[in-house]
Design a protein around this ligand. Structure first.
Ligand SMILES: Cc1cc2nc3c(=O)[nH]c(=O)nc-3n(C[C@H](O)[C@H](O)[C@H](O)COP(=O)(O)OP(=O)(O)OC[C@H]3O[C@@H](n4cnc5c(N)ncnc54)[C@H](O)[C@@H]3O)c2cc1C
Ligand code: FES
Length: 250
């Protein structure tokens, strides 16, 4: 659904991260964890593709996005102010399936963090353990096991380093993950090896964001000669179960 929404809150977090909140009760009611919005990053003077941003939280009629400034589009968003309006398209994509009464592990890297925050809020009767990793302290937000590549906070290294140990320690039954492709593939392989349900939210580059261009296509297992078909992350995902994904590179 295309809408023009009012920005009701803007909060700078550390380094290049910020939170933007919009208000629309109809959109808030149908916004589920794992879905995303395409946010307009142009005031009309400079044409620019809308940027996909996950839902970070829903509070009443407000929807929050946690965003990292990385290029021109997100820089535009970082300059918006309370009282400005923004064109949005969404909620888009399929949400995470929700489980209850399970021991759950959430693993995020970089801007894979926001959708898991909203997911955690929606899980009922679950013990949730979270691992989050980033390049340095600036990329780290609240979690049980922080990892940084440069060792400036938490454990030094990748989030996958102690994965099996953490899974076994907390008797994990379900994994949700969002972050860089290589990180999610490593987590997906470990989940398959240990026979644990695992849902990945893919952050593929997007062009149209509405299923029209196949610019975000990924391989999904299929019962045909080549063993796979292409599905669109924006329309058929972004959430996929690890068992359905075709993972060829080691
Ligand atoms: C489904 C989905 C949900 C997302 N949710 C969030 C979110 O909640 N918060 C958030 O901050 N970002 C999120 N992103 C990433 C965000 O869309 C990009 O950072 C944004 O489009 C960059 O736009 P830009 O114009 O600022 O930078 P660009 O000029 O487009 O890119 C700047 C740099 O970032 C890299 N980059 C851009 N997009 C991606 C990508 N998808 N994957 C890897 N590298 C990329 C480019 O290679 C370039 O180096 C999400 C992406 C997807 C597909
Ligand atoms: S971005 Fe065009 S089909 Fe997904």
């Amino acid at each position: 659904m295309y809408k023009k929404c009012l920005i009701t809150a803007f909060e700078e977090l550390k380094a290049d991260y910020f939170v933007l909140m919009i208000e629309d009760s109809a959109l808030a009611q149908v916004s589920e964890p794992g879905q995303f919005f395409n946010l307009s990053c142009s005031d009309g003077d400079i044409p620019r593709l809308k940027k996909p941003i996950s839902i970070y939280d829903v509070d009443g009629s407000e929807i929050a996005f946690m965003i990292k400034k990385v290029g021109k589009g997100t820089e535009y968003l970082s300059k918006l102010k309370v009282g400005d309006s923004i064109d949005v398209l969404g909620p888009l994509g399929n949400p995470f399936p929700l489980v209850s009464g399970k021991s759950v592990l959430m693993v995020s890297g970089g801007v894979g963090y926001p959708p898991l925050v909203y997911l955690k809020k929606k899980l009922e009767d679950c013990e949730v353990i979270s691992i989050h990793g980033g390049r340095s302290y600036d990329d780290i937000f609240l979690c049980d096991y922080p990892f940084t590549e440069d060792g400036s906070y938490g454990r030094k290294g990748l989030v996958t380093a102690h994965l099996e140990k953490i899974i076994k320690k907390h008797k994990i039954e379900v994994i949700y993950t969002c972050g860089p492709d290589s990180m999610m593939k490593a987590i997906g392989r470990k989940a398959l090896e240990l026979n644990i349900d695992c849902y990945l939210s893919l952050e593929e580059y997007m062009a149209c964001g509405i299923g029209a261009c196949y610019g975000c296509a990924v391989k999904v297992k299929a019962d045909n000669e080549q063993g796979y078909i292409y599905k669109r992350v924006c329309k058929d995902g972004p959430v996929f179960e690890v068992k359905e994904l075709w993972m060829e590179d080691k």
